[in-house]
Ligand binder design. Structure first.
Ligand code: 13P
Ligand code: SF4
Length: 326
């Protein structure tokens, strides 16, 4: 029975009894309920550590498409839960806190984006995975930061393209491909806040350090990068490159896996332009806590629902991405 207090809060507000071994209980519930826990690299370290699968947004979608679990607990933000539900309509998809939204997805309202698409009927619509199901339903092919370049490159040079919602990723792809995709003017509040000046100061203090940058960052930051890529690509680079120091310009949760994989290397989170706040943290991702994960598995709530006709359209653009990124 879902309590009205929970509905108002967006998560199960019940306190976990003192002395509960949450890790053991979470694993036990997963076994009993045939549930799988997926987590994005930006979630808290202990959430990543208890998950069955940790990945970037592309890997999480690929993993959801092939899981045989009955329940998927998506420790990440709402659009990731929606993507899983669209790919697995018969499974129960849970996100431990419904307040875990995404500023980038929210920068692209369906009504306005629909009008933009209508105004350019001869354009192919490419949308970044950080969008609501309604936007995916208006889209021809979804991309992630891990496959956007490959997918755009696979389309004929003369094809007219609308790219949304991230203007920084769109500009980056335009610069690499020489295309002139029409961009939606959206952005992520975390990646927009990195300070070039402070990154260059750090680089002066650590001249041997390589700069790792997510393509959701602004152009001038992308320009000083030694490696630009998705979270998974940056993680891989940090493991394979001979450098032992890295300045990391993406959400700081990724440092958890980087440091675990390479305990002898040094990872320095790139500072935001406001030194008084932890702006290099995604406040939405950090809403997912062990207590909420425990309660969400226990009560199988909050569950993600997607309108059937929206899901039927959205699944085509997601499947097209999965096909094209093979
Ligand atoms: P990745 O595609 O690198 O996982 O990043 C997407 C993102 O911003 C998730 O918030
Ligand atoms: Fe969205 Fe930015 Fe948070 Fe990623 S880091 S989930 S793009 S708000």
């Amino acid at each position: 029975m879902v309590d009205n207090k929970w509905k108002a809060a967006g998560f199960v507000t019940e306190k976990v009894p003192e002395g509960t071994d949450m890790k053991a209980e979470i694993r036990k519930m997963c076994k009993e309920k045939n549930a799988v826990i997926m987590a994005h690299y930006y979630t808290q370290g202990e959430i990543q550590d208890i998950a069955d699968f940790v990945g970037d947004s592309l890997a999480l979608a690929q993993q959801a498409a092939k899981t045989d679990a009955d329940i998927i607990v998506m420790c990440g933000v709402h659009f990731m839960g929606e993507t899983n539900k669209i790919l697995c309509p018969d499974k129960k998809v849970l996100v431990p806190d419904l307040n875990a939204t995404c500023s980038l997805a929210e920068s692209c309202p369906a009504k306005e984006f629909g009008e933009f698409v209508k105004a350019h009927p001869d354009h192919t619509v490419i949308s970044y995975v950080n969008t609501t199901a309604a936007i995916k339903a208006l889209t021809d092919v979804v991309v992630t930061s891990g496959n956007a370049l490959k997918i755009v490159n696979s389309l004929p040079k003369e094809e007219k393209i609308i790219f949304g919602p991230d203007r920084n990723l769109g500009n980056y792809i335009n610069s690499l491909t020489g295309r002139n995709m029409l961009l939606w003017d959206g952005a992520c509040h975390v990646h927009e806040k990195f300070s070039l000046e402070r990154i260059l100061e750090l680089k002066a203090e650590h001249p041997q350090a390589k700069i790792l940058v997510h393509p959701e960052c602004k152009g001038p930051i992308v320009k000083v990068a030694d490696k630009v890529g998705s979270t998974a690509a940056l993680l891989k680079f940090s493991q394979e490159d001979e450098a032992t120091e890295f300045i990391v310009a993406t959400e700081s949760g990724i440092l958890h896996k980087m440091q675990q994989a390479c305990p002898n290397k040094t990872f320095i989170p790139a500072p935001p332009n406001d030194s008084t706040c932890a702006c290099n943290e995604c406040n939405f991702m950090k809403l997912i806590t062990m207590e909420k994960l425990y309660n969400c598995l226990k009560y199988e709530w909050p569950e993600i629902k997607v309108n059937k006709s929206v899901a039927e359209k959205a699944v085509k653009s997601i499947n097209r991405m999965l096909e094209m990124s093979k």
